[in-house]
Ligand binder design. Structure first.
Ligand code: FAD
Ligand code: PYC
Length: 416
């Protein structure tokens, strides 16, 4: 039973929760750490957690310029799936999905992982051929997937408009039953609490503004809270990756774009799964609270403003309204944007950078939330051993000079 009775909970509420224990400490930065992780999003926090848990490296700091989970981790629409086309990505995302399946137990923190399934709609014969190819490839890799024809889709999701008269008629879908959603903040908080319990320092309001160099090696970082020495530095800053890489002295093939989402007023439960359509650049699920969570395709211009332009969400909502006419009078409550870091092959970059002492984890674009545990797992290995885990070997920065690209544009969620 909880140590808080109903009376003590009420007393805490009146006392502004003054007696509640902190979930993680709020330490001052030390002079030196074995590993510094820049970026307190899900990926940075997961990296710190697995560094400590799997590799016994606990003299670690996570430096976050704002508050943890305040970047894309807290701005995304929480779709988790592993139905990628190519072996390299399928294995990486499937490892992540397996970690998701046990994450609440592992962290002893409810991340509300809900395997409600994800549908990717097909609107043309070519879409359906691509779906067939992807589902077949997934099955060969041991990943669950099925092809669902339009009639069956209508039976499973009665409010979906499958009329042949619509602008983009629905011909069918791929379905991954083990896919679903999770609670984004809880993922950041769970990993933060877990990492902190191993002694990792999570330092918020700590912006990295430069790197300290000795000869050709990075030996620390400059921050608004002073200089901090480091044996190794991991950059995990999503939309700000090019900015940090530039400070460290190397270039990334990454462009940063706004990606927008919206939530509606809460309504009664009507949609118990996730429906995505790359062709119309819109996707939708319903949160446990009842809000409709709707997302758009990326804004095609580059920028760092966490907003995006109106026409993009107007188009996404028009598409959702056509797919689900029943939602036409639902009011939207909030809209926001996050900055996503896209690469030429829609795959991440995870590994050593060209600058000694610096490791990079970026390029997850519109689809990194689902990878949070897997990304942390392989990046921790890479930092600990100084070489990649077999699951991230193919995702090096060097692939952009060797030409070994892994084109995942088709499976990478909302088009980019
Ligand atoms: P972040 O959570 O952005 O963390 C990076 C952190 O670095 C930030 O907190 C930032 O403040 C910090 N930082 C930056 N610069 C500095 C500095 N100089 N010093 C210190 N700290 C710094 N993915 C999915 O898989 N499924 C989805 O449904 C999905 N939907 C999305 C919807 C939207 C609207 C958006 C924007 C993204 C979506 N994504 C989705 C993508 C996903 O959110 C990201 O790929 C993922 O969250 C990236 O996690 P992260 O930890 O790398 O980045
Ligand atoms: O990668 O599945 C995904 C996704 C959905 C919405 C944004 N990204």
């Amino acid at each position: 039973m909880s140590k808080y009775s109903i009376f003590s909970l009420a007393k805490q509420a009146i006392n502004y929760h003054e007696g509640w224990e902190k979930v993680w400490r709020n330490p001052e930065p030390k002079k030196h750490y074995d590993v510094i992780i820049i970026g307190g999003g899900g990926h940075g926090l997961a990296t710190a957690y697995y560094l400590a848990k799997n590799h016994g490296i606990t003299n670690v700091a996570v430096l976050e310029k704002g508050y943890i989970g305040g970047g894309n981790t807290g701005r995304n629409t929480t779709i988790v799936r592993s139905n990628y086309l190519w072996d390299e990505s399928a294995h990486l995302y499937e490892k992540s999905l397996k970690l998701w399946e046990n994450l609440s137990q592992d962290l002893n923190f409810n991340v509300m992982f809900s395997q409600r399934g994800v549908y990717n709609l097909g609107h043309s014969l070519q879409d359906m051929r691509d779906i067939q190819r992807r589902v077949n490839a997934n099955r060969l890799n041991g990943i669950d997937g099925e092809i669902v024809e339009a009639d069956e889709l209508k039976r499973r999701i009665p409010i979906l408009n499958t009329s042949s008269q619509s602008r983009y008629p629905v011909l069918g879908a791929s379905f991954q039953p083990r896919a679903g959603t999770a609670r984004h903040d809880a993922v950041a908080w769970g990993f933060a609490r877990g990492a902190d319990s191993f002694g990792v320092d999570i330092i918020q309001q700590c912006e990295v503004s430069g790197f300290i160099r000795e000869n050709d090696q990075i030996v620390g970082v400059e921050t608004n809270r002073g200089n901090i020495g480091a044996g190794k530095v991991g950059i995990v800053v999503a939309g700000n990756s090019s900015v940090l890489a530039d400070m460290a002295g190397f270039r990334l093939p990454v462009t940063s774009h706004p990606l927008q989402a919206l939530v509606s007023e809460p309504i009664k439960p009507v949609l118990d799964t996730v429906v995505m359509s790359n062709a119309v650049h819109g996707y939708i699920s319903q949160s446990d609270k009842g809000d409709l969570v709707v997302g758009a395709g990326i804004d095609s211009y580059n920028g760092y403003g966490q907003r995006g332009s109106y026409t993009v969400i107007e188009n996404a909502l028009a598409a959702i309204k056509e797919l689900f006419p029943v939602f036409s009078r639902v009011r939207m409550n909030r809209q926001w944007g996050g900055i996503v870091d896209t690469t030429p092959d829609a795959c991440p970059i995870i590994g050593q950078s060209p600058v000694k002492g610096v490791y990079i984890n970026c390029g997850w674009g519109t689809g990194g939330f689902k990878a949070t545990p897997g990304s942390g797992y392989v990046f921790a290995h890479t930092l600990a051993k100084g070489q990649p885990h077999e699951l991230n070997q193919a995702f090096s920065l060097q692939r952009f000079s060797t030409g070994s690209l892994i084109d995942e544009h088709g499976a990478a969620g909302v088009a980019h």
